[in-house]
Every structure is written in C-alpha cells, then in structure tokens.
Design a protein around this ligand. Structure first.
Ligand code: ATP
Length: 252
C-alpha cells in the first residue's frame, strides 16, 4: 500500500491516511463500496470528537483488554473496513490476547472472504477463520448468520468493530460478550455492546493492545476489578456529550 503521498505534517494526516487505506481496500477487492459510506459516517463523529481518544473510550479499551484476557475463547471479527484500516494492528491484538481472527462480512462473497484472509495473512495472521462457515448465529437471515462453529460460534467474547446493528444485537442475544468499536454512540451496535469503545478503529485497536500488554501480568482479581469498574451506559453518555458539546474547532 502506497502511503507516501500524505505528508505526516499535514494537519489532517490521520484522516487522509484513513481515506487512502479505505480507497486502497476497495481497489484491492477487500472493502465493499458500502464500506466507503460507513467510513463517511464514522468520519463525521470522529471530527466532532476532535479526532482523539476521549477518556471514556480509553477506559472502555482497558475494560475490553481485561475482558479479552479473562476470556476462554476470544475472537476478533474482521470485515472489509477493518481489514483495510488495521490489518497488522488486528493481528497484534490477537497475539496480545490469544484471540482468534475471523472474517465476517455483511455482504459475503467468497472472493472478498478469500481476499481479506490473504490480506490478513500478509500482515502476519497464521490461522484465519470464517471460510468454513459451518455455524449459525440465531435470529439472522442465512447469509448474515454464517460463522465458523469453532470461531465466533464457540466464542465467549467477540470483538466486533464496525458491526452492523442487526448482527451486533443477534450476537448479544446469542449470549456473547461483545466488545464493539463504533464512532457513533447512538448506533444499535454500540448500544448492544457489553463494552462499547466509541473511538476510531485506527486508534482503538492499538490502544486495546497496549492495555492488554500492560495488564498481561495482572491477577484474575485485578482483571475482574477493571471489568467491574467500567460502566457502558456512562461511557455512551460521555461520548454523546463530547460529540454534542465539543468545541467545533476541529483537530489542531
Ligand atoms: P446501526 O448500528 O445504528 O444499525 P448501521 O448498521 O447502519 O448502524 P453502518 O452504516 O453500517 O451502521 O455504519 C457503520 C458504523 O461504523 C457507523 O456507526 C460508523 O460511525 C462506524 N464507523 C465507520 N468508520 C469507523 C471507524 N474508522 N472507526 C470506528 N467506527 C467507524
């Protein structure tokens, strides 16, 4: 991926880099055109958040890390936007938490599934799940319900960044502990999450990894303390306040 065209000194470096990655993702056949629209929606919220990780999102990231470290079988779900924006960072998070990585698409095509799996392997993933599709999430139509039985089907904790609202709700109804990354605190995905991280995935995934590394030697009791200290409703309220009341000066 050619990222040299955006100078790091540019005031909107991160936002331009993000667009560039999504565009490249579409060109590579890993991101759908719908993904471009989702990115546009996300950008608006990020602009209003000042394009930074707000304190409640950082607390959510720490709670997410603790949940992943406590999990029996954590799985990170990857769609076309996630694969385009944070492929290497997702693999690092999986390594830091012992999670599986599973490709899971809203508009599932075998070509795109394979292209994303290859892209993740190019970024260091060893075992990419999602291609077997021998499990089902109850309450969703056939194509949307497909998961790997030994992946998301068997997971107790799932990370679903940028998940569509219906599937996020169905996963929660299936009893999964859900960690959602979504810039919109009002989205059904964020609202159905056990741990909603209202932050750009570009910042959120490396931040959860950093917290997981920091907590790597913590006792189970300490991890449970981190989990219990986090209040998802308060985090959503804090994010909505930041968006509604933030100064509209934009990022420096
Ligand atoms: P709902 O959950 O309310 O049903 P939706 O399924 O219609 O929403 P989409 O249009 O699929 O949502 O949009 C995807 C979501 O991902 C949006 O809420 C958007 O804010 C969020 N999003 C897009 N890009 C990013 C990003 N880079 N980081 C974090 N969140 C993002």
């Amino acid at each position: 991926m050619d990222e040299v065209e955006v100078p790091e000194s540019h005031p909107r470096y991160e936002s331009l880099l993000t667009r560039h990655r999504i565009e490249a993702g579409v060109e590579m056949g890993i991101t759908s055109q719908q993904g471009l629209i989702a990115q546009g929606r996300g950008e608006v919220f990020d602009y209003l958040l000042g394009e930074e990780t707000i304190p409640s999102a950082d607390e959510a990231a720490r709670a997410a890390a603790a949940r992943l470290l406590l999990a029996d079988h954590p799985v990170i779900s990857v769609n076309g936007n996630v694969a385009a924006l944070v492929p290497g960072e997702t693999v690092e998070l999986a390594d830091a938490t012992g999670a599986d990585v599973e490709v899971n698409l809203f508009n599932r095509t075998e070509e795109r599934m394979a292209a994303i799996a290859d892209h993740l392997r190019d970024h260091g993933a060893e075992d990419v799940k999602g291609l077997t599709a021998d499990g089902r999430i109850p309450g969703l139509d056939h194509e949307r319900a497909k998961v790997d039985a030994d992946g998301i089907g068997d997971a107790d904790v799932v990370v679903v960044p940028l998940e569509d609202g219906d599937r996020a709700e169905a996963l929660a109804d299936a009893g999964k502990t859900e960690i959602v990354v979504d810039l919109n605190p009002l989205s059904r995905s964020a609202r159905s999450a056990t741990v909603p991280i209202v932050d750009n995935i570009i910042r959120a995934v490396p931040n959860v990894t950093a917290h997981a590394r920091d907590l790597a030697d913590a006792s189970e009791a300490d991890l449970r303390g981190v989990v219990e200290a986090f209040d998802p409703d308060a985090a959503l309220v804090a994010a909505e306040e930041a968006i509604r009341e933030g100064e509209l000066s934009g990022p420096e």
